[in-house]
Structure formats: C-alpha cells, structure tokens
Design a protein around this ligand. Structure first.
Ligand code: PLP
Length: 444
C-alpha cells in the first residue's frame, strides 16, 4: 500500500512481459493459468508465504505452486538439502544409476501410506496416472477404466475432460465437447474408447455400470476427496462401497492422491479416510516444490514392473535432486509428531473463521470446505457440496469474480478459488489474506 494507506496495484511491467511472451510462447506454459487473472502476472521472487511480481507488488501466496509448496518458499532445511545434493550428484539416468536415497525414500513412503507395499518414482502426476492405468490393465487383462466427472488426472489424452453422453451401445462414454473445461483437439479419435466417465459420489450409477460392464473394467481411478471439483468430501460410506464393489468385480481401485498425498497427512487421504486402494498416484507435495511423483501400491500389481511384464520408464525418474527434495520434505513433515500439520490446521482454522465472519458481516452466504491444507470458499448457504454440479448451480459466477479480483487486493488464489496452505503461513499472512478477501468482496 502507499503511504496514505490506500492500496496501489499496477501491472505495467507484467503487461509488457505478457506482450513479449506472446511472440514466442503460445499461451504461456500451460493452458489452465489463464483463469487466475484477466491479465497474467510475472513474478520475481518469493520468501516464506509471500511472492513478489515484477512491478513490485507483494502477495500472500495461497497458490503454493498449485499444491507442491507445502513448506512454503525458502524453507532453510529444504534449501540446504538441495544445495548438499547439488554438490554431490544431481542427475543420473534412471534405471541405470541409482542411489541409496532412492531406497530410503521408497521405504519412507511405504511406512506411511497404507497401500504402498511397493513404490515407483516418476516426475509428474500425469505420468504416474499413465503408469497406474497400464499396471491395472496388465494385471486384470481388461481394457476399460472408470473415472469421474471433474476429477482431474493430468493432461494425457484418455483422462482429460470429456462429458457424459449417450453412446449408441448405451455405454456412458465420454465424448469430446467444447463445453468441457478441459476440451482439446488433437487426440486420436478413440482416445476415450476404453473408459467410462461417471458422476462421482453416486453409488447407484456405479453399481449399474458395473453390473453391465464390471467384467471389462481394469481400474476405477478417482480423487478420494474431490479437490479439483470444489473440495468435495466423499459421501458417508461411498468409498467403502466402492472398495467392496472393486473386490467383487476384481477391479483395481486407484486413488489419485496427487493433491491429497502428504498434504492431508503423511498417509494421504487413504489413511485419513480409512479406505485402502490397490494403487495410488502421488505428485505435488511429495517433492515440496521440485517435480517428483510416484505410483505406490500392492506388491502383486507393482511387481509386474520387476518381472518386466509392464514397462515404466523415464530419463528423470528418481533424479537425485528430486529424491533429496522429497526426503527433506518428508523428514520435515514427520518431525515432532506432525508439528507442520498442526501449524497448517491452525492457520486453516484462522482463515476459515475469518472468512466466514467477513461473509456473515456482509450478508453473503458462505461455505468453507476441503481437507487439511487445501480448501474452497464457496458462496452458498448449503452446509456441504458433494459434486461439482452442485457447485456450478450454487456459486460459480461470484466465485470467478472473487478469485480473479483477489490478486489486485494482495492475495493469490488458485483458479476455482482454491486456497493452498503452506507451513510458512504466519498469523500476519492470514490476517493480510483476510483483509484482501474483505476488500475484494466489497468491490465485487
Ligand atoms: N492428478 C491430480 C489429482 C491433479 O490435481 C494433477 C494436477 O493438478 C494431476 C494428477 C497431474 O499432475 P501433473 O500436473 O504433475 O502432471
């Protein structure tokens, strides 16, 4: 803010960089970033829970790299671990040259995550999902998989977007649609042929589908808590019933824990919710900021990688700098019986109470929902939202205005209005973010 207390925000330098980038970079680095602001920002540096842009604007960072930043920026112990690794060896060809740290990291994951009898590292969540699907198909010798509307499993052809539609044979196949948020041209025409896209949290639809097609389904993959569709929890008993159905039909149950893994706790959503999948995919917080991902799961399925029945490869899998980053992250998260998680809980509670207070004072209906470490502020008077469809009906236009205006008031949120909490967040940061929210609501 300026000296007289009024905020002055401008993005002149960011705008100039935006124009420069447009000449060589088609749409920036990834298509989904456009939703953050009508004008993209360019950043220069970060400290703790704060980010600065090239115009000198300072922000409370509640994007946290889109999930990886569970420790915030510049955690000294994390940085030290990276520096030490840089001085030792930072890159080796995966599968050719391994380190002892690879085993230590796999052992750590296995000790925390209920389904993790075996672990294979990848670099991104998208790849982890790709490998998990391959493992499940090889294991069951079946071609199909089931996924759910508004669950996000990366950008590869067969899992991105789509809408539920009527298929000539009655199969609820996902079809390409320009209405879909994740619409893309350029897929092979049958990219969705071997999958079903169903509404989540609806056990009847799943049961019906499995009655007809269960014997053809290799895997059901889902976000066990639907962070990508509004922080929705599973309905009571839903995951337990899905587990039973998978056992009855011989289907591999997969949890996509790319967001929830190591964020909602060391054991992920599966430990928090008490339902153990057969396979789980991890990414984001696993690396604490460096790209790291993994597939973890039952020995019988994962050991197909040992026998060579299934191939999973990647030049950078288990690269030493990433493994060091993950080990440092997990060591920090394990410390003092989860002190980091307790701190995250405290800051999240302070944010939640503050936001609900502000909305109440302004006469705006509000719901804060989501698991530990990531939540949504939704403008609805419903006590809980169980699907993205409900969210659309409830709150979307105001939602969009809110999160796209927040940066001008000093706080960065993920598109959709998602708040990622890091361990670096202080009471002062929380109070700043609450003031941003209050000013934003006054404006919109
Ligand atoms: N799965 C989930 C649940 C995700 O949220 C994401 C990314 O946001 C992915 C998979 C894909 O991960 P990545 O972007 O690292 O490829």
């Amino acid at each position: 803010s300026s000296e007289d207390g009024t905020r002055s925000w401008s993005n002149t330098k960011s705008l100039a960089l935006h124009e420069r980038a447009a000449k060589v970079m088609p749409g920036g680095q990834a298509n989904f970033r456009g939703g953050l602001l009508s004008t993209p920002l360019f950043f220069s540096h970060a400290r703790g829970a704060r980010l600065w842009d090239v115009d000198g604007n300072e922000y409370v960072d509640l994007i946290n790299a889109g999930g990886p930043g569970i420790l915030g920026h510049n955690d000294p112990e994390y940085i030290d671990a990276l520096k030490r690794q840089l001085d030792t060896v930072y890159s080796l060809g995966s599968g050719i040259c391994q380190t002892e740290q690879d085993i230590e990291l796999a052992e750590k994951i296995a000790s925390h995550v209920p389904c993790a009898e075996r672990v294979r590292f990848c670099v991104t969540g998208s790849e982890a999902v790709h490998l998990a699907l391959r493992l499940a198909r090889a294991y069951t010798k079946r071609p199909y998989f089931i996924r759910f509307q508004t669950h996000y499993h990366g950008w590869f052809d067969s899992v991105l977007g789509g809408v539920v539609d009527e298929h000539p044979e009655g199969r609820p196949l996902p079809l390409e649609s320009e209405q879909s948020f994740f619409h893309t041209e350029g897929r092979v025409p049958d990219a969705f042929k071997y999958s079903f896209l169903l509404p989540w949290n609806d056990i009847d639809v799943l049961e019906e589908t499995l009655k007809k097609y269960g014997h053809e389904v290799a895997m059901i993959h889902m976000e066990p808590i639907l962070v990508n569709g509004g922080g929705c929890p599973p309905r009571p008993g839903y995951l337990e019933r899905v587990r039973e159905l998978c056992d009855q039909h011989g289907i591999v149950l997969g949890f996509d824990e790319v967001i929830t893994g190591f964020r909602v706790g060391l054991g992920g959503a599966q430990a928090a919710l008490g339902v153990t999948p057969d396979l789980a995919t991890f990414g984001k917080a696993l690396g604490g900021g460096m790209p790291m991902a993994a597939v973890a799961g039952k020995a019988e399925i994962m050991d197909q990688l040992r026998t060579g029945k299934v191939t999973g490869a990647g030049t950078f899998n288990g690269y030493p700098l990433g493994v060091a980053a993950s080990l440092a992250t997990l060591k920090i998260l394990e410390r003092d019986d989860g002190a980091v998680y307790r701190r995250i809980d405290m800051m999240q509670a302070r944010l939640k109470e503050g936001l609900l207070d502000i909305c109440k004072r302004r006469g705006i209906p509000a719901l804060v929902q989501g698991p530990r470490g990531v939540f949504f502020l939704l403008f609805t008077d419903k006590p809980v939202i169980y699907s993205f469809q409900e969210l659309m009906e409830a709150a979307l236009p105001r939602q969009f205005k809110f999160y796209s205006t927040m940066p001008e008031e000093g706080t960065l949120l993920m598109y959709g209005g998602r708040w990622y909490i890091s361990a670096a967040l202080t009471e002062a940061d929380v109070d700043c973010a609450l003031e941003s929210a209050d000013r934003t609501l006054a404006r919109i």
